[in-house]
Every structure is written in structure tokens, then in C-alpha cells.
Ligand binder design. Structure first.
Ligand code: MRU
Length: 357
């Protein structure tokens, strides 16, 4: 059975997330009772990964709204808007929460203006829409997986098997299920065309060593862990077929913000002639941001670098720089694998415009 990072039951109004700070040692679910809890579990990275952040944020609002009583549609609308904007502030780089917030704010504005919709209907419609986001994310990821597997296989001779590298964690734990880049790897494995996957440790937070390795073992996918600094040597020696990573925000020109270390992998891939793919749903594309230069990069506490658990590994007194993400220029990206197909970065603008007329 696939790992489940989010458990939600609308009937019982229960939301729980798998605490990713405790993995892989301890499997423990934490209850999220409302927006304040939602903001905290995202900010502390008990749940992480761009799609999972958006889904948990929105579901935390759903849980709170089910318990709250409202006097009027106006009050409902104001509360929803304020809380969504607050949730967007929990982590700045991943765009999915912002995209979801904008969509939901548009929906409450529309419902609030529609005289034929009662307060009860408005609340109901709103909660259903949030639940649909969860279901849509899984379906989108399966489509991303299949599109990505097809694309990677189209570049290799005959029916030979492929060897891929991935970075950070983009699997079931980072999404509502199946995963994005890890979804592509899952689909390659399902097609019996995956020889091996190499996952990077992903310093300093070790999402690769802790979470991706955990998922790959759970799924019985043949995999090897490497340190981030081994990627160039790996590409030189192991005949790698492709690199596939996720995204926190894709700008309109295709520049992509993703976990720190992604950019250097793309540079190395270009040097070795290995195709470098970004796998992400349309909700990760920010058509309002023209290029990567305008993407705000979250900086995290020094402690994530200086310590492993409670143990200090860095010399006391050293200064640290800890950006959580970097931006890979579009020119290094062979394709952006989405639920609607695989696009070159320069095709993105037109595709986005036709998908959102
Ligand atoms: O800081 P994190 O762990 O939230 O960063 C996660 C990533 O960078 C992922 O690659 C990205 O969010 C895509 S997850 C499907």
C-alpha cells in the first residue's frame, strides 16, 4: 500500500498528517484542528512538498469552517479570505498554496454575489471544492507519471531500461498521493523499464535520505542513495538516462524554483548531455511571475545546517547561508512534465494561456 501523508474525512471532520520530521524512524500522524495548526505544520515542515502544502493548508481551513458558525455570507467570505492569505504566508516559495488561495477566494466572491445561493450552500460548495483539490492532485500526478515515463522512454533505444536521478522528495509524502517526479519513477517501474534510481541525500534537510529513500524502499523500487556532491561523478560513470525533479514554482518563461541543489544538477546534466526534466502540475506554474529572478527564495534557520538532530556538526561561530531553494534557468530544462503533457519551457506561456482562456 502507498504511503499516505494526508488523512482527511469530511464526515468526521478529521484531518491528520504524517509527521515528516519523525520519519523514517517513527511513523506518527498529527491532528490538524484548524488554520493555526495548518500554518504551524507547514511552517515547521512536518508536512512539506509544494502540492501537499497547498492541500493541507486548504483542508485545515475546511476543518475550521465546518466547526464555525457564520451570521452571513459576507462574514463567511471575509473569514475565508483572511485565513487563506494567512496560510499563504506559511512558506513563501512554493506557489501551490497561493494558486489554491486565489482560486478559492474567486469562488467565495462569486458565491457571495449570487443571490440564489444560501449561506449553507455557499459553505457546502466551498468544502466540496477543497475536497476535490485532494482528489484532483492524485489524478494529476498519475497523468504526470505516465507522461513523464513516455517522454523518458522515447529518448532511449528499443525497449532498454533506464537509470534516473532524482532530488529531494516528490512522492506520496509531498503530494496527495503518487507523487510528481517520483510519480514518473513509479510509472517507469510499473512499465518494467526502470533499471535503477539514484536519489540524492538533499542536504541540509535530508528529504532524499529520510523520505525518498523511505518511499523507494516501501515501493520496492531498485534505488541507491548518493550525497549531493556525487552527482557529477555519478553522471560520468553510470550512463544516466535522465534527471527528473519536482518544482516549487515554475515561472512563465520556464525558470524553475526547486529544492536547493537542483540548479547544480541541471548544470552537470547539461555538461554530460543528460536530459533534465521538471515534473509538476499546472498548479505549480506561476504565470504572473515572468522569470525566476522574481521568485522569493525562503531562507531557513542555520541550525538545519549546523546540526544533525541534536548533534552539532559545524564549528561553533561559523556563519551560515541556508536558502531552501534555487532557480534552474529554463535553458537547462529539456521538458516540463505536466498532467496535460510534456512541454519545452518556451511553449509554456502559450499552453498556459490556452488552458486558462
Ligand atoms: O522544502 P521542501 O521539502 O518543501 O521542498 C520540496 C521540494 O523542493 C519539492 O521538489 C517540490 O516541492 C515538489 S514536491 C512534489
Amino acid at each position: 500500500m502507498a504511503l499516505k501523508s494526508i488523512i482527511y474525512n469530511r464526515e468526521t471532520n478529521n484531518l491528520e498528517i504524517l509527521d515528516q520530521l519523525l520519519l523514517p524512524a517513527i511513523t506518527k500522524y498529527v491532528k490538524v484542528k484548524g488554520v493555526e495548526d495548518g500554518w504551524k505544520v507547514i511552517n515547521k515542515m512536518q508536512v512539506r512538498g509544494a502540492p501537499a502544502i497547498a492541500i493541507v493548508g486548504c483542508l485545515s481551513l475546511a476543518v475550521e469552517l465546518q466547526n464555525d458558525k457564520f451570521e452571513s455570507k459576507k462574514q463567511f467570505r471575509q473569514e475565508v479570505e483572511g485565513k487563506l492569505n494567512y496560510l499563504v504566508s506559511s512558506r513563501p516559495t512554493a506557489v501551490n498554496m497561493k494558486t489554491a488561495a486565489e482560486e478559492l477566494i474567486d469562488l467565495v466572491n462569486e458565491l457571495s454575489k449570487d443571490g440564489s445561493v444560501s449561506l449553507e450552500d455557499m459553505k457546502n460548495k466551498f468544502l466540496i471544492t477543497i475536497q476535490q483539490m485532494l482528489e484532483k492532485d492524485i489524478a494529476d500526478n498519475q497523468a504526470i507519471g505516465d507522461n513523464g515515463a513516455k517522454e523518458i522512454l522515447s529518448k532511449v533505444a528499443g525497449d532498454s531500461q533506464v537509470r534516473v536521478i532524482t532530488h529531494c522528495n516528490t512522492g506520496s509524502l509531498a503530494t496527495a498521493g503518487y507523487g510528481t517526479a517520483l510519480g514518473v519513477i513509479r510509472s517507469l517501474q510499473a512499465a518494467r523499464r526502470l533499471e535503477h534510481v539514484y536519489c540524492t541525500e538533499t542536504r541540509p534537510y535530508n528529504q532524499g535520505a529520510r523520505l525518498t529513500a523511505f518511499e523507494l524502499i516501501h515501493e520496492k523500487i531498485p534505488a541507491t542513495l548518493v550525497c549531493d556532491s556525487m552527482v557529477a561523478a555519478l553522471m560520468k560513470s553510470r550512463n544516466i538516462s535522465a534527471v527528473v525533479v519536482g518544482a516549487d514554482r515554475v515561472a512563465a518563461n520556464g525558470d524553475t524554483a526547486n529544492k536547493i541543489g537542483t540548479y547544480q544538477m541541471a548544470v552537470v546534466a547539461k555538461y554530460h548531455g543528460v536530459p533534465f526534466y521538471v515534473a509538476a502540475p499546472f498548479t505549480s506554474i506561476d504565470s504572473k511571475v515572468t522569470s525566476g529572478e522574481h521568485i522569493v527564495i525562503e531562507e531557513r534557520p542555520d541550525r538545519e545546517m549546523t546540526h544533525v538532530g541534536e548533534h552539532r556538526i559545524a564549528a561553533k561561530g561559523i556563519q551560515c547561508w541556508n536558502p531552501a531553494f534555487d532557480v534552474t534557468p529554463a535553458s537547462l530544462i529539456a521538458g516540463i512534465i505536466t498532467e496535460k503533457g510534456v512541454f519545452r519551457p518556451d511553449q509554456l506561456k502559450d499552453v498556459f494561456a490556452s488552458a486558462n482562456p
